[in-house]
Ligand binder design. Structure first.
Ligand code: ACM
Ligand code: ZN
Length: 522
């Protein structure tokens, strides 16, 4: 009998207390009592049509919600306030026995308050069919706001094409992780994926230069607008990346006249010296026309223009590139890339957009880039913190997203082209991520995680790479308090596995020691 009572008690505690919020909120204070949902949830919002309320109703289509005019009669209150300490994205979440109150300075803050509330619900309530009656939450008071304004997740849709539905699901998962920038890598040597009306061959030819079944395809302008609108509802900004002058073989197969020697090139998984010619004006006209359409599609504050891995063998031999170097008084072909980058950045600045480049643009001295260029520090494997140090020295904002340990396409154990040296687990991320700066310079804008799709990482292979490790990168982007020990953090991550299952996420192992022999990463 005693045993049965103990089990029942343990089970009821589990039902009320077991859920954790990730990323970890800044402060959580437990208070006395339990809140219990009833058949109907009375909601107070300041204005009808409130997006937070709409979002909640969409999450629980079978739950009865009643809008009430008087705060006192509400079980759930959304209110905007003026609070100095939580910024634009922070929120307060108070769960008291009679009422749940989410308050924030902005709609975005309210949205993150809802995300935290969702983390506290039993996972099975989140399958889109459930009602909440009888669900109990232990009372608490949370104050929370993010460490960084920039918390991105990059998806490589260049090397592999993913369907719009997959992209929307990716955005839902980002919202659950409180990430706020979808960095969309739309162009690669293996595929050009964005419809540009002025240059139809970019997609009629450039979207199917690679052979894989899931490497065919592009996003129409209508599809892109729909994805941008979907992201906006999740308080996610979509920042497109048009990677130039390198990683551009797909575009250059479509328009070979834009290469240095006006010759067709081939598509490759990695990268080649077949760049857009930096010497001829046609290149600049072409790219500016492309960027006009990009800006019409993406209202983002930033546009990413790539700039990584652009070997200069052709530029060193091309008469037009060499003539440009001479006429502009440039030092060499690296300086020509800076000139090229500066021209495009200035062009976008005039359209009120700021430009992000991969860190390669600050490896060499030369032409100064506009100060508002943001440097994305990525290549820790080869260049350690060179991009961070040089970017900050030159007064640029920096996004920290080093390939170790933020490239989640690198699996936990060897696979295909990835040897042991390219593998890492969630503990490596949590404890050794060079991008996780303890006292970041004020110029550090934030952190980024990437899912590259090199070597045919197709849609069905992504979950086991991304989850659960993305919880660790999300924690580093959001949580600015004292870090939990890894063991405590890992217990909390494991408490999210039922949620991942409800969301249909086919998560993989967290630790190298847990990877079964011959684990199938495919
Ligand atoms: C990169 O990984 N080439 C930015
Ligand atoms: Zn050239």
């Amino acid at each position: 009998m005693k045993l049965i009572v103990t089990i029942i008690l343990a089970f009821s505690c589990f039902a009320v207390f077991s859920q954790h919020i990730l990323p970890t909120p800044q402060t959580t204070v437990k208070v006395e009592g339990t809140f219990e949902f009833q058949n109907s949830v009375n909601v107070f919002v300041e204005e009808s049509g409130n997006p937070s309320f709409i979002y909640l109703k969409e999450k629980f289509p079978n739950q009865q919600f009643v809008s009430v005019q008087n705060k006192k009669n509400a079980n759930l209150v959304f209110e905007t306030i003026k609070a100095d300490n939580i910024g634009d994205e922070g929120y307060f979440l108070k769960i008291h026995s009679e009422q749940i109150v989410i308050s924030a300075n902005t709609e975005t803050g309210l949205f993150y308050g809802i995300q935290s509330l969702l983390h506290l619900l039993p996972a099975e309530k989140l399958d889109g069919h459930q009602q909440l009656a009888g669900t109990k939450l232990s009372c608490l008071e949370i104050e929370d706001s993010p460490k960084y304004a920039w918390r991105s997740f990059m998806l490589d849709s260049g090397r592999q094409y993913q369907t719009p539905d997959f992209i929307k699901q990716f955005l839902d998962r980002m919202a659950m992780l409180k990430m706020n920038v979808f960095h969309w890598h739309l162009t690669e040597g293996q595929g050009w994926r964005i419809e540009i009306k002025k240059y139809p061959k970019l997609t009629s030819i450039g979207s199917n230069v690679a052979k894989g079944k899931e490497q065919q395809g592009f996003y129409t302008q209508e599809e892109i607008k729909e994805i941008v609108a979907y992201a906006k509802k999740l308080h996610i900004e979509v920042v497109p990346e048009i990677d130039v002058p390198g990683h551009s073989e797909a575009a250059l197969i479509a328009y070979p006249e834009l290469t240095c020697f006006r010759k067709a090139t081939e598509t490759v998984m990695a990268f080649t010296p077949n760049l857009f010619c930096g010497g001829r004006e046609e290149t600049y006209t072409f790219l500016q026309n492309v960027l006009d359409e990009v800006c019409d599609l993406f209202p983002s504050e930033y546009i990413h223009l790539g700039g990584d891995e652009a070997p200069k063998a052709n530029w060193n031999k091309c008469p037009d590139c060499q003539a440009k170097i001479k006429s502009e008084g440039l030092k060499n072909s690296h300086d020509l890339q800076l000139y090229f980058s500066k021209r495009l950045a200035n062009y976008l600045n005039k359209k009120d957009r700021k430009v992000i480049f991969w860190g390669d643009v600050v490896y060499h001295d030369g032409t100064e880039l506009p100060e508002n260029v943001v440097v994305y520090w990525w290549n820790w494997r080869r260049h350690k913190d060179l991009a961070l140090v040089n970017g900050l020295k030159r007064g640029h904002q920096v996004i920290c997203g080093t390939n170790y340990y933020n490239y989640l396409n690198f699996p936990l154990s060897p696979w295909s082209k990835y040897a042991e040296s390219r593998t890492f687990d969630m503990q490596d991320i949590y404890e050794k991520n060079p991008s996780d700066l303890e006292n970041p310079d004020p110029l550090v804008l934030g952190m980024g995680t990437c899912l590259w799709t090199d070597w045919f990482v197709t849609e069905s292979m992504t979950d086991k790479r991304v989850f659960p490790r993305a919880f660790a990168t999300a924690e580093q982007m959001w949580h600015r308090g004292k870090r939990l020990t890894f063991d405590t953090f890992y217990i909390r991550v494991k408490s999210k596995y039922p949620l991942l299952k409800t969301m249909g996420i086919d998560y993989g192992p967290a630790l190298k020691s847990e990877v079964p022999e011959n684990y199938n990463w495919d």
